[in-house]
Each structure stands twice: as C-alpha cells, then as structure tokens.
Design a protein around this ligand. Structure first.
Ligand code: KG4
Ligand code: ZN
Length: 345
C-alpha cells in the first residue's frame, strides 16, 4: 500500500509517499521563511500563493524520487484543516483532483491527527509498534493540548491552552529577543549558551487542579525582563519555564488519563531537546514507554499526513470528494472550550 500525502496548512508546503509498513519512500518540503520573514510572522495570503506555486513541483519530485506514477499509489491524503484556510484549500483541492483523476480514494486528514499519529510512524520506521492507548502532548505553533489517543479517530482531550500555544510563546520570545523567525530553534540555540536560573520567570498554572496551559503571562514577563538580562540567559530561563509548565501539566494529565502504555510528544515544539529530555524522564518515573518523532517528523511535513491517511484507509475511513476544508477542526469534538480558548480548539 502506497499513500501520497499533501500538507499546506501553515507555512510549509510538502508532499510525501509513505507505504503501509511505515516506509517513507519520498518526502519533499518547501519552507516559506524568506517570504514571511519581513513581517515577523506568517501572512496568510502570501502563504496561500506560495503553496499554489510550490505544491505541484513537489508532488512531481516526490513521485520521481520514488520512481512511481499516480497509477502506482493506492490513495491520496491531504490536510483538510485546521489551519490557514487559503493554504488548506490549495492542498485539499489538489488532493481531490489527483484522487479523482487517478480513481483513488481520498483521505481528508486533520493536521492534528497527522501530528498525533506521527510517533506511531516513527516507531514503525524502527520496526516497532506503538500500541494505543497513549497520552499525547501536542505542542506546536498553533496548538497546545493533552489528549488520550484511544485509536485512529478516537481522541479524548484532557487539556488545552487558555491563551497562547507553546510554539507561539517560543516565536514571540524570539521576536522580543531579536532572535528571528521561526523562533523555536533560535531560542533553543540561544538557550544553550545561557543560565536557566538567571531570570526569575513565572510558571503559569503550575499546580492548578486542571491540566490546562497558559503562556501569555510568561511572554509578558519576558518582555518586562528584556534589556535587563543577557538574551542567552533570558532564552534559557524562558525555555526552562516552558519545560516546567509542560512537565507539571502532563504529570497531572497522566493521573487522569486512565490506563495508558506510553507518553508521547508531537508537534514542532517536540523538536526541542530539553522538552524531549524532561518528558522522557517523566515517562521513566511512571514506568511508561516514551515516544517522540525525529525532528523532521515533529515540525510540519507530509509524511505524517500520508501516514495518518494510511491508518485511516486501513480503518475504512475514506472521504467523499466534496469534503470541506475546515479552518477550525477539534480532534475531540466533545471537548468543552475552556475560558478564552475557543480559538485554540
Ligand atoms: O508543528 P509545527 O511545525 O507547525 C504547527 O502546526 O504549528 O510547529 C511549529 C512551531 C513553531 O512555533 C516553532 O517555533 C516551534 O514549533 N518549534 C520549536 C522548535 N522547533 C520548532 N520550539 C522549540 N524548540 C524547537 N527546537
Ligand atoms: Zn503542525
């Protein structure tokens, strides 16, 4: 079984071919950093146009890398949301056209499901299985959630952020410290040179009875401290505060998750070595397996979309060609919005 995956929900255009056994046969990606850098963040209209320009050549390149044609694939998986709607529509319409032309099933994949199932692909790449259920910490530029993954399409949200996402906090801190965009990797590099105890910063919601997240206050504290401390010390102290929040909230969620076999972290912030190490320690203390995809599979990519498509196809969950693109699309439709956090659902 061979799945073509397409991703275009934010500022990464990507196409990949993934086999049902977890072999990533080809993956191509084009970032848009240079196009958005002058604005200090992603501009939706620029992103949509860049996706429209980049996607077809990437698909051709991925097919050529694999030495196959559209006739050889078994299904087309495209991100159908959540994300910037212009970009999502570019990828989804392209996926629909290819599926229709090739007479193959379409899989309209929730981008968050791509992240959520990516650790299973990472395990499969190593010849291992990551069984359900597991607790997932999903930390990206747009999302910060704790979910129990009971199976394909079966997600129970235990917590979300009441303001910023963790990756957003990294991006805003990088901007404040003049470290550039995207911020996560820049903050991590600067933090490696700094003292994490140098700047006293808050740990919002740590110790609170619900495992939700909040990062807006931390960002404001960094803004107040900026200029009074070396940037490297600020970066290190900020990163330490985020890690403390993530670990504390995840610990509480583990208490409430019911039986799970593993602690899993996914999304762009999971590429951070300090975040991974702290969560691995928590998993070990609880006697749980730990899974985090390799860096290239943590940040946005099409291999995770193709893999989620493969898992959905195996479960018989294909989609009609009139399936809509969705700017918002919670993984757990039953989850209640929390105070001020509707937009993060
Ligand atoms: O999953 P992703 O590529 O896109 C979204 O779906 O949002 O995540 C991007 C986010 C950005 O906020 C970026 O700054 C953050 O992940 N990120 C990191 C690191 N690499 C990427 N944050 C901390 N440390 C990193 N090494
Ligand atoms: Zn993402």
């Amino acid at each position: 079984m061979l799945i073509l995956g397409l991703e275009s929900s934010c500022d990464e255009t990507a196409a990949a071919l993934v086999a049902g056994d977890g072999c990533v046969v080809a993956h191509r990606l084009a970032g848009q950093e240079a196009a958005h850098a002058p604005y200090g963040g992603v501009v939706p209209e620029i992103a949509a146009r860049a996706h429209a320009d980049a996607l077809e050549p990437l698909i051709r390149a991925a097919l050529a890398d694999a030495g196959v044609t559209l006739r050889d694939i078994d299904a087309v998986a495209a991100t159908a949301g959540p994300g910037l709607i212009g970009g999502v529509m570019v990828g989804l319409v392209t996926g629909k056209a290819l599926a229709h032309a090739a007479g193959k099933p379409l899989l309209a994949v929730n981008h968050l499901e791509g992240h959520a199932l990516s650790p299973r692909l990472a395990y499969r790449m190593e010849g291992r299985d990551l069984p359900f259920p597991y607790l997932l910490l999903l930390v990206s530029g747009g999302h910060c959630q704790l979910l129990v993954v009971d199976g394909v399409g079966r997600y129970r949200r235990l917590a979300t952020t009441i303001d910023d996402a963790a990756g957003e906090a990294f991006d805003k801190t990088a901007k404040l410290l003049g470290l550039g965009f995207p911020g996560g990797p820049a903050v991590e590099r600067a933090a490696a040179e700094g003292d994490a105890r140098a700047v006293p910063l808050p740990r919002p919601l740590v110790g609170s009875g619900e495992p939700h997240f909040s990062f807006a206050g931390l960002k404001s504290a960094v803004a107040r401290a900026a200029g009074h401390y070396p940037p490297a010390d600020l970066a290190a102290s900020f990163q330490r505060a985020v890690i403390d929040c993530l670990v504390d909230r995840t610990r509480l969620a583990l208490d409430r998750a019911g039986p799970v076999g593993a602690l899993v972290v996914a999304g762009g912030v999971a590429a951070n070595a300090g975040v991974r190490a702290a969560l691995e320690e928590l998993a070990a203390a609880r006697g749980l397996a730990f899974a985090a995809p390799p860096g290239w599979l943590c940040t946005d990519n099409a291999a995770m979309i193709a893999w989620a498509g493969a898992e959905r196809l195996a479960a018989g969950l294909t989609d009609p060609l009139d399936v809509p693109a969705r700017p918002r699309w919670p993984l757990d439709p039953a989850a209640e919005p929390v105070r001020g956090a509707g937009v993060k659902a």
